[in-house]
Design a protein around this ligand. Sequence first.
Ligand SMILES: *Cc1c(COP(=O)(O)O)cnc(C)c1O
Length: 527
Amino acid sequence: MIRHVLLDVNIVVDICAQRRPHFANSVKALDWALACNLNVWLYTGSVQTIYFVLLNELRRSVKAGPELVTPTALRAKASSLLATFTRRCCWCSALAEDGNVFGEVDPEDAQLINATNRLGAEACLLTRDQILIDKFSRAVAPAEFLHQVQKAPLPRIPFIDLETQQHVIRLGLERRVDAVLRGGNYILGPEVRELEGKLAEFAGCRHAISCASGTDALLMGLMALGVGPGDAVFAPTFTFVATAEVISLLGARPVFVDIDDQTFNIDPKSLVVAIEKIRALGVHRPRCIIPVDLFGLPADYEALNEVANNFSLTIVEDAAQSFGATWKGYRTCGLGHIAATSFFPAKPLGCYGDGGAVFTDDDDLAQKLLSIRVHGQGMDKYHNVRIGLNGRLDTLQAAVLLEKLEIFPSELVARNRIADEYTTSIAAAKIDVKPPTVPPECTSAWAQYSVLTEHRERFREKLDRQSIPTMIYYPTPLHLQPAFAYLGYGEGDFPVAESVARNIFSLPMHPYLTLSTQKRVIDALLA
Ligand SMILES: *Cc1c(COP(=O)(O)O)cnc(C)c1O
């Protein structure tokens, strides 16, 4: 299966200069590659040769023609042709190792072979150079390439497409990463502070404190609030394990709460029942609520704030999946006393490893969070005033996030457009699939697009046969997880969560899902 095509100089010049007789086949190969959504690459090390050869080609055709063209006009023409052409391609960087090629018979060929190899096992080098084709098994001529791609089956749709996103940000990303490599401030470097400023501004909070993961963000939030043994912390049972894990880690008691059957978020009525039960038992002191903005949709903060006020509880917003979503026009991460988000790669705003951030408007809590992040430091790292963590975000990850944050607003627009398309198509079809609900006061960050059906396995198998992946978030609510068996919950305790866990599944969702690919998903679902 070919997914990446690196263009040799001769192909580019064929097309830009309309060089006959090769033009027809070369342009057809390129058009097919683009139509099949293959990634078309140009090697940055080829720039001079491409420009030089194209200029010569233009000069030759001008000499044969009637009009007189100045050298300046010719150079402008070459530049403009290449500027237009390269807009459709991704740049494949030359790495330092590409200079180490003078032991080779043909240094330029060696560079192209290096570059193709770096693009991975599903890359080919499109060329008309027979010598290159003879010596490199992945070099292929336009005619043979067309033959191969035309008979290829439809590729598997990615569930989340980080690769296309990387192509979009590649230029800035490489510049940012290179700056960190050269700058040498690998821990809490300037990128970390720059990112924190932008995160705080984006979320509309006074403080954003980056950290090593979303789990650490939750943990640090609870630590800053002083949650510990004797405290009860309320959380929905239908969430990722980290939401409740951090409560147990601090020796506090997780108290699970059922979810709303429309939004899948914590149900405020069940929450009140749970709080009153804990108060009546008198063993644990109700301290915090951790609402989760599940799948990117903010929880019901109107009702939650009221409950928090009535019972003097603190809200720690688990916004791991909802960065970028809004509630009554306010961005998530500003909806509780403290909020935690995650930059795990698959989250709406993800880095290339683990990362997270804690948000608050409270200056005092912010100071504590900074201290907790670095081993409970006081005046400096070797003055320790509390028990803390090594919870820092790597400078490299901050650099990645800064680049991703630039395009994040447009990605949110795309996610919403794609979600609307799914919802409209599914709602119009007469099938047993219920699209997700978004209350009018909310927008979702669409971390997942999850639907309910009584025939989950049938739909999932049908989609899988068409090379369309689906996922189940989450097959087991937390109150039924072995890790929480010590809390003594059982089957039937949270009927809504248990029913949703049996019937839910998620469709491919990411900002780079094209209309035609999404149509493949919808057609397969409705078939
Ligand atoms: C992903 C996630 C977390 C944990 O984030 P990590 O960065 O993976 O530690 C916490 N809560 C929820 C709801 C999540 O989805």
